[in-house]
Structures are given as C-alpha cells and as structure tokens.
Ligand binder design. Structure first.
Ligand SMILES: NC(=O)C1=CN([C@@H]2O[C@H](COP(=O)(O)OP(=O)(O)OC[C@H]3O[C@@H](n4cnc5c(N)ncnc54)[C@H](OP(=O)(O)O)[C@@H]3O)[C@@H](O)[C@H]2O)C=CC1
Ligand SMILES: O=C1OC[C@@H](O)[C@H](O)[C@H]1O
Length: 382
C-alpha cells in the first residue's frame, strides 16, 4: 500500500458493518489523541464501537461526539463509568490522572486501555495492580483486560525487528547483542508552554512522555534478546541519568539521557527530548551486535514511514520496510488486540505476535522511569 493509502487509512474513518454485539467503548475526555488512537481504529474494526464520551464540560463532549459520531454523551467521567452499556474505557487523560481513573474504571468492572505512561510513579502502577487483583478476587467469572497503550509494539515493522533479535530471519542474524540505544525527540511546536506535557502537577516531563516509549522499546529488545518470559530480563539498573531542565519550571525535564544495564549485560542509552528543533521528530532504535548494527527509524509511527537497516561487519547492508497487508496504524493493531482480548477470541488473538502490555510490565517501566528521575536528581511526579 502506498504512503498516501496508509495516511488515508490513518485519518479517514471506516464505515464497515459491526458485529451483532460489538464491545462498547467509553472515552474519558475529548483528548487530541482520542481520534487517532481510539475512534479511528474502532471505525475499521467490526468488533468494537466508540459508544460514549465524557468531558469536564458537557458542551465540549457534545461537540466532540457530534464531530466523531459517538452516540452517547456523559456530563462527567464518573457518569460514564456508571453507564452499564459501556464495556470498556479508553483513558487519554493527562498522565497524572491516569491512576485515579484507571482504578475507578476497574472498580466499575470496565476493561481499560490507558494511555502511556501508565502513571506518575511505580507506586501508583502497583495500586492499579492491587485494584485488578481485588476485582479478579471478587469477580472471578468476569476477568478484566487492562493495558497501557504502547501501540508501537503492535505494528508488523516492530514484529520484524523482534524476529531479527530472536535470530529467526534468514540473513539478518545479529549474534550477541552488546547495546540497545533508543531516542525519541519531539519538535519545538509539540510542547507549547501550556501543554500538559510541561505541567509537573499533571505528570509532565520528557522522560514521562517521549521517554516512556524509549524505555519501553529498550526493555522490549532486552526482553526479546533474553528469550524468556521472565520480566526480570527487562528490569534494568539505571547507572546514570542527565537532564536539561525547563527554565520556566526546573522540575520539568526538557531532555534526558539515561544509561541502563540489563541482567544479560546489554547496555542501553535511553534518550528523550522536547523542543529538539523545528522539525526534529525522531524515534530511533539502534542495536549494536556481534555481526553488525541494526537501526529502526521511526519506531513510534512506523505506519507512516520507517526503515529497518542492518549494516553488517562484513560490509553487507540490508534494508527492509514492513507495512503489513492491511497498511493499518499501530493504534489499529493495538485496538484489535484489545478487542480480541476482551472478546476472548483465541483465533484472532493469535493474530498479534506481541501481546498487549501487562500490568507487571507497566510497573517495571514506571520503576525504570522513577529510577531515571532519581539518578538525575529530579523529583518524581506527584
Ligand atoms: N499514544 C499516543 O500516540 C499518544 C499518547 N498520548 C497520551 O495521551 C494522553 C493525553 O494526551 P493528549 O491527547 O495530547 O492531551 P490533551 O491535552 O489533548 O487531552 C487531555 C484531556 O484530558 C482531560 N483533562 C482532564 N483534566 C485535565 C486537566 N486538569 N488539564 C488538562 N486536561 C485535562 C481533557 O478532557 P476534557 O476537558 O474534554 O474532559 C483533555 O481533553 C497523555 O497521557 C499522553 O501521554 C498523547 C499523544 C499521543
Ligand atoms: O505518545 C506520544 O506520542 C507521540 C508524541 O507526539 C506525543 O508527545 C506523545 O505523547
């Protein structure tokens, strides 16, 4: 599928038929990311529907619902959670509000897809885990699906890179991995002064935003290289971290570079930055290994464009692009996996070789972010 075809799929809603009883999703807040991450993907998926939205201001929710053809409007997030017709919620609130609303959603028996980073701290992530455990104990017959929205890992291009790391792609053998470097930087315009990403009380900071992906991708590679499901393999030690504070609020990191080391000995530099330049949207993975160096450019939004390249030590250069037959977005694959998990559909669940992010994985990601802030001499978000 062409570049324009993929962009069309990303931006234009589908209008295909729905299954007789689609999963009904409620959206907490009229967030900028909701159309791309939830409503659009849902429009292409027969198994789910964007059923309801709530906002702090009901007029805003009404306008949003009309624009995105969402049938039900609620005047508050609490009201949406109390709606028995809502099966699952998408939480695209500012980071600092994720844990409160995730826990309330679980207590109302809703499945949850929560934006990244899951919480402000590992402690808050563990409180979500406790709420999930309490729900599972009280309602063993109604298991909940809960996932942090690390959409990048659901795309076929990422799956290709993971297959290379596993050593299962002919001609692309890496041998022993020495280091894994990840970088996600955003252009100047992405974070105006008023943006939630620069608001300490709401969980702002480059490490929270772009850095949460850089940490997650670094850990995903370390986990895959270890060839085990044991998440200790992707629990790094943070050796050092250096940051550039925002001049208007020194508690906000505008850039962070952290050095990690995994139990396998793999070293990792994890970098993130806001206001990195006029057009500097960069999402880069670099793996240095025994037989060469692999790079994956634009690992965050590979559906738009990306490249995977291997420069071998013998001088050979390989290059690959993997858009998948459907040419769909990372968000589509994520939503499909979320709906399949809710519907407990083993056949279609098997269609994603990478599983949704588990709560234990999210806790380790937040522990790593906590450790990076501590190593840089920064306070944890409130
Ligand atoms: N997966 C991805 O690619 C992306 C993920 N994200 C994540 O999604 C989340 C939202 O980001 P984004 O869509 O850019 O954010 P927005 O600022 O566009 O939306 C946040 C929403 O939160 C609600 N809200 C509730 N309380 C507050 C408050 N005190 N201040 C501001 N907003 C509040 C508002 O909803 P209302 O007023 O309507 O109730 C608002 O629409 C973040 O966690 C971010 O990290 C963001 C961008 C991309
Ligand atoms: O999740 C995200 O991905 C894309 C970025 O532009 C954004 O800041 C971030 O929140």
């Amino acid at each position: 599928m062409s570049f324009l075809g993929r962009i069309h799929k990303a931006l234009v809603y589908g209008a295909g038929p729905k299954d007789p009883a689609p999963v009904r999703i409620g959206i907490l807040g009229c967030a900028n990311i909701a159309p791309m991450a939830c409503i659009g993907p849902m429009s292409h998926l027969p198994g789910g529907t964007a059923h309801a939205v709530a906002a702090r201001d009901v007029q805003r929710a009404r306008a949003f619902a009309a624009k995105h053809r969402i049938p039900v409007v609620h005047a508050s997030y609490d009201q949406l959670l109390a709606d028995p017709d809502v099966d699952a919620v998408f939480i695209p609130l500012p980071n600092g509000l994720h844990h409160v609303w995730a826990i309330k959603a679980i207590e109302h028996g809703k499945h949850v897809l929560c934006e990244k980073p899951l919480t402000d701290t590992a402690e808050q992530a563990r409180a979500i885990q406790a709420a999930l455990q309490a729900h599972a104990h009280a309602h063993p017959d109604r298991p909940l699906v809960f996932a942090e929205a690390f959409h990048y890992k659901m795309h076929p291009a990422t799956h290709f890179v993971l297959d290379v790391v596993r050593g299962s792609v002919d001609g692309w053998q890496l041998g022993r991995i020495e280091s894994v470097d990840t970088l996600f930087s955003l252009p100047n315009a992405a974070t105006p002064d008023s943006d939630i990403r620069l608001n300490f009380a709401l969980g702002g900071g480059a490490t929270m935003d772009a850095g949460s992906y850089a940490v997650s991708m670094s850990r995903l590679i370390a986990q895959t290289a270890a060839g085990t499901a044991d998440l200790d393999a992707s629990t790094p030690i943070v050796e050092s971290a250096h940051m550039r504070p925002w001049d208007k609020d020194p508690k906000i990191d505008m850039a962070m570079e952290a050095k990690l080391v995994y139990p396998s000995g793999i070293r990792s530099t994890v970098s993130s930055a806001f206001r990195a330049g006029i057009i500097s949207f960069k999402a880069e993975l670099a793996i240095v290994a025994e037989h060469g160096k692999l790079t994956f450019s634009n690992f965050i939004a590979p559906f738009a464009f990306h490249s995977v390249e291997l420069a071998k030590k013998d001088g050979t250069r390989l290059s690959k692009k993997v858009y998948g037959d459907e040419g769909q977005t990372t968000y589509y694959y994520q939503m499909r996996a979320f709906l399949n998990a809710i519907r407990n559909d083993p056949a279609s669940a098997a269609s994603s070789p990478v599983s949704l992010t588990t709560i234990v994985d999210s806790i380790i990601n937040m522990q790593t972010i906590d450790s990076i802030y501590r190593a840089a001499g920064f306070p944890l978000r409130p």
